[in-house]
Each structure stands twice: as C-alpha cells, then as structure tokens.
Design a protein around this ligand. Structure first.
Ligand code: ADP
Ligand code: MG
Length: 579
C-alpha cells in the first residue's frame, strides 16, 4: 500500500508559515506590504512583547470585499496575479497568496476590513488556522489586522525566537526599511505603547532618512542620480566620514522592494575603493528602477532577494552612479564632519547583514582596467572629469610638526594637509595612470632574491604578469623563489625588500588579481611618499598642493585615510565668538 497522502490545508499552511513567517518581523513585513499593495496612504504598526504578544497593522487602503475575505485566508489565493506569466510583470510586493493563511495558521488572528464604497465591513477571527467567526461588522474603511500569541501552537518555532529586544530591533529595522521604500506613504511604528517612528508621507526621501538615520547623519548624505542603459539609480550614499564596521546602514530597493544583494553591496563598496579604510562600510539608501522583465522577484521564499537578467550591467551602473555622486561632492574631511560622526549613535537596531557572498570571483572575471573606472567609458564621466581638481587653489602658510602643511584659500578657509598622505595619493594616481597606459618608466636593479612558501609561490607564479604591469619584473628562480629584476624608476631609491616580501605574501593569500595590482601600487606609493618628519621648503609644499589639486580623489590617501582637514572661515569666526 502506498505511503503518500496529501497534507490537509491547515498542515500545509503551517509548513508554509515556516518559510514565509519565520519570526515576528516577517509577519510585520508581510502585513505592511499588503497595506502598501492595497494603496494605503497611511499604515500604523503597533507591536508588544517583541511581536509575540501583539502585532497590529492598520491601513486606509482599498479593503477587502466581504466575499473575498474567506478566499484571502486560503493558500494561493491572491488578487495580484492571475497566471504565472504575470509574475514577470508584477509591481505589487505580494503575489503568492501565502502570507495571510500562513500567519493565521500560527496565531490568534483578527481581520476587520471594509471597502470605502461598502456600507458594512467584515470581521474574521481565526485561531491556529481554524476560522471561528466570519461576519458583517462595522469598521472604518481600510483594513486592520491583529496577530496575537504568534507561534502559540508551534512550540518548536517559538524556541528559535530570540529575546524580546532582538525581535523588536528586527521589527524596527523592517519598518524603517519599508518606510524608506515609500516616502509617499505615512508609516508609523509604536512599540509597547511608545511611538518609535513616524514618517510624514510627503514623498521626500530626505525626510524619511532624517527619521531613520537622524538629521545629523543626513547632512553627510550625497545624492545619487544615475541613468544607465537599463536602469535608473537614485537615492543617497554617505560621505566616507560616515561609515560603520558593518553594512547595517545600507538599504537597497529594486522597484521599491527592499532586497539583500551581494551584487549591489559589492558594487557600492567598490565605488568607495581608496576612500575608506578596510572593513568600513558607507551608509546607502539606493533605489534601482528597472523594467520588471529585467528583474526576477520570485527567487526567495520571503522575496528578500531578486535576480537581475544582466548582472554585470547592474554592477557597472551602480558603481558608476555612486562614483559620480562621490566625485560631485567635495570629499574634504571638514571639522564639522568629524564632530558630527562622533555625535552619531551606533545604531544597535540595524543588524549586520552577514551574508556569505562570492561576488569577488565574478568581479575578478571583469576586465580589471574596465572596472577600475568604468565611468571613463561614458559621456557622463567625461563631464565629471572636469571636476577633477575639485581641490582648491591654496596659499601655503607654513608647516606644523608632524608633517602638516597649513594653507589658506582666498576665502579665508584654513586647510591642514597631511604631507605624507597627500604625496601618497599623488604618487598612487600617477603610478596607476602610467601603469595603465603601459608607460611606467622602469629601471633594472641589482637582482634581489625572494623566497616563499610553496603555496604562496604557486599563487605568485600566476601573478607575475600583473606585477610586471606595476613595474616589478620577477623571474621564477626555482625552489619557490623569484628574482626581482626591474622596479619603477621612482621607486628605486626607496626599494624595501621586506615590504615587498610582506605585501606579496599577504596578497598571495587572497589570490585576487585586481587586489594584487592595487596593493602593489599602493605599497610602492606609500614607500616612496615623503615621510611625515621630512621638512619641506615652501616651494615643495606649494608644488605638492598643486599636484594634489590635479588628483582625481585628492581627499583621501589610497588606504582611505584623510589627506585634508578644513576649518572654514565662518567656523573660525564662530569659534572665536566674532559673531
Ligand atoms: P499576496 O499579498 O501574495 O496576494 P496575502 O496572503 O498576503 O497574499 O494576501 C492575500 C490577499 O488578501 C491579497 O491578494 C489581497 O487581495 C488581500 N489583502 C491582504 N491584505 C490586505 C489589505 N491590508 N488590504 C486589502 N487587501 C488585502
Ligand atoms: Mg501579501
């Protein structure tokens, strides 16, 4: 006799709930998404006990017709698509018809709804998937759903729920991101009776960002607006001085849907290359708008991920769009920026996105020089090249101990420039330019022998061409050793065998070609740059500042440390109480 039976509807719903509503925050997400899909202009969320005691979502949307209420509580019942093909055109956040039955299967569920045109509304009470009541009911237009005692009948699930604090943080995070996704809708969150977030719904993303990130932080946001071939990129990224040790300040939205995407995170990070020190991540609220046919939204049970048809193009556009935003801004580390950053609280409510991703491989597969500056291929880039040299003309005033050049702009703004960091930036860009155009002058040296462990030696063996492009010509010498025959001309006087050995050993571990090329160039620039204790003549300082003015990214050294600090004339006057 056969052993297979069809599961009854309630059991199937409980299983689906395991995927769709794994924790209170997912319930909040599904309910608010339904409200957004229902055309609400206002959505109020209230939670208690980390969402396990109560989740209530009230909206002023289109409501449900009385005859649709029992259907909405059934699996695979949806008003949003009719056929599978519709998924590729779907503009609503939901489309599977799974959320309401899943939630109702694992809670004490109450739905009160009325279409604005109807006189009477409908009330449905469901407990653990059993419909207890379904009746006519007087209520305001729109929909109110209360979910009590979530997971009361699935003790195994309950065990996996973290502390009330952690669940509340996750809920807050979810509502904040939903609010960011729709500045045109007023969204509020109340936790244990205390209002935590209210957005105006006036359509201003900047306003929502102020609610979510705080007004001070938003002062460090730079607008992004980029039109690619197949997508438009808008939103904000942060000045590099606003960065965190994790990606918690980053949100990506694809056609207004919040998504996690290693592809997008990686493109963003690459845009900040040399602007941030390792392990620091900028803030970003980025919207991608693309034809629905270019985006597959049906790849994740909770619809948290999407797949793009042209991943490389998306990567390139995000990289180019963010780079342009950064170029447009004067990336100077202002005094005020520093103090702002200090005053900004670390936001515990934005959890880290710990995603294992392997986009590095994909990235390495792109032609390196193209990714190094894909913008240079577009007309927009040609324009933005004109604002190279956004570094102002400065008159040198003198030099402070520790290698800081003091200089002044004609407006009276005071600049303090780290001579080593500045020179490192200048050399780095020069060397990169020359290496990329194959015009790096090199010189033969008395051969130096480098010895490696077998694993590093093997990985370096494959990288000899890249090193040669950076002016370091190595030859295999057998026995895991290599001889260095040439170095870039400018690097000759500061050649340091230990540094090279260390850098090669470190990059051999990562085995990434772009990284090796970059690290090599950075290392040589750092070695060759004037040291902090070196006393410079006034003309030398002037010429360094004018070189810096010609740099593409004058405001950070290639390791992402600042080169320049600015105290504006008004700030000086304010400090000395002159006004
Ligand atoms: P989906 O969103 O995938 O369609 P759900 O189970 O979340 O599936 O919802 C089922 C249906 O119930 C929706 O298609 C919609 O017609 C209706 N619905 C759910 N929530 C609301 C709401 N807040 N306002 C109006 N209709 C709603
Ligand atoms: Mg839904």
């Amino acid at each position: 006799m056969g052993k297979i039976v069809l599961l009854d509807e309630n059991t199937a719903n409980k299983i689906a709930a395991g995927e769709v509503v794994d924790r209170p925050a997912s319930v909040v997400k599904e309910l608010v998404e339904n409200s957004l899909d229902a055309g609400a202009t206002r959505v109020d969320v209230a939670v208690a006990g980390g969402g396990l005691e109560l989740i209530r979502v009230v909206d002023d949307g289109c409501g449900l017709a009385p005859e649709d209420v029992p259907l909405a509580l059934q699996r695979h019942a949806t008003s949003k698509i009719r056929t599978a093909e519709d998924i590729s055109r779907v503009l609503t956040l939901g489309f599977r018809g799974e959320a309401l039955p899943s939630i109702a299967a694992v809670s004490r569920f109450r739905l009160a709804t009325r279409q604005p045109s109807d006189l009477a509304g409908t009330l449905a009470l469901v407990e653990g998937g059993r419909i207890l009541a379904l009746e006519e009911h007087g209520c305001p237009a729109g929909t109110e759903i209360s979910v009590k005692d979530l997971f009361f009948n699935t003790p195994a699930r309950l065990k996996f729920i973290k502390s009330e604090g952690a669940e509340t943080a996750k809920i807050t995070d979810t509502v904040q991101r939903l609010a960011l996704s729709r500045p045109d809708i007023s969204i509020s969150l109340t936790v244990n009776g205390r209002p935590l977030l209210t957005t105006a719904g006036n359509g201003s993303l900047a306003d929502v960002c102020c609610q979510v990130y705080g007004r001070q932080a938003v002062k460090l946001f730079l607008p992004v607006d980029w039109q690619g071939a197949k997508l438009r990129l808008t939103g904000y990224v942060s000045h590099p001085s606003l960065a965190r040790a994790n990606r918690s300040l980053q949100s990506f939205f694809v056609n207004k849907r919040f998504v996690r995407s290693p592809l997008l995170s990686d493109a963003l990070q690459t845009a900040y290359q040399t602007l941030l020190t390792r392990g620091r991540f900028p803030a970003a609220v980025l919207f991608i708008t693309a034809d629905t046919a270019e985006v597959d939204v049906n790849v994740h049970p909770a619809k948290r991920e999407v797949r793009f048809s042209g991943e490389r193009d998306v990567y390139r556009d995000v990289l180019a769009g963010v780079r342009q935003a950064l170029k447009n801004d004067l990336l100077v580390h202002k005094m005020t920026h520093q103090s702002l950053e200090r005053s900004l609280p670390e936001r515990a409510v934005w959890p880290a996105t710990s995603q294992a991703f392997s986009f590095a491989a994909e990235q390495a597969a792109l032609p390196y020089f193209a990714t190094a500056d894909p913008a240079s291929a577009t007309p927009a880039a040609a324009e933005s090249r004109q604002d190279e040299g956004s570094f102002p003309v400065l008159a040198v005033l003198g030099r402070a101990a520790g290698g800081y050049i003091l200089a002044q702009k004609d407006t009276g703004d005071l600049y303090i420039i780290d001579q080593h960091a500045a020179h490192e930036r200048v050399l780095y860009e020069l060397l990169l330019d020359e290496a990329q155009s194959g015009q790096l002058p090199v010189q033969e040296i008395v051969p130096l022998v480098f010895q490696f462990d077998p694993v590093s030696a093997q990985s370096l063996e494959k990288s000899l061409k890249i090193l040669a492009r950076a002016g370091l010509t190595f030859e295999s010498f057998g026995n895991n050793s290599f001889i260095l025959r040439t170095v870039p001309l400018f690097y000759r006087h500061c050649l340091n065998q230990d540094e090279i050995q260390e850098m090669l050993a470190a990059t051999a571990e990562t085995g990434e070609e772009p990284a090796l090329f970059e690290e090599t160039v950075k290392m040589m620039a750092c070695q060759a740059a004037i040291k902090a204790d070196q006393v410079l003549a006034r003309e030398e300082m002037s010429s360094l500042l004018s070189d810096l003015r010609g740099a593409k990214q004058p405001y950070t050294c290639p390791h992402g440390r600042p080169t320049t600090m600015l105290i504006t004339a008004p700030e000086l006057a304010k400090f000395f109480r002159r006004r």
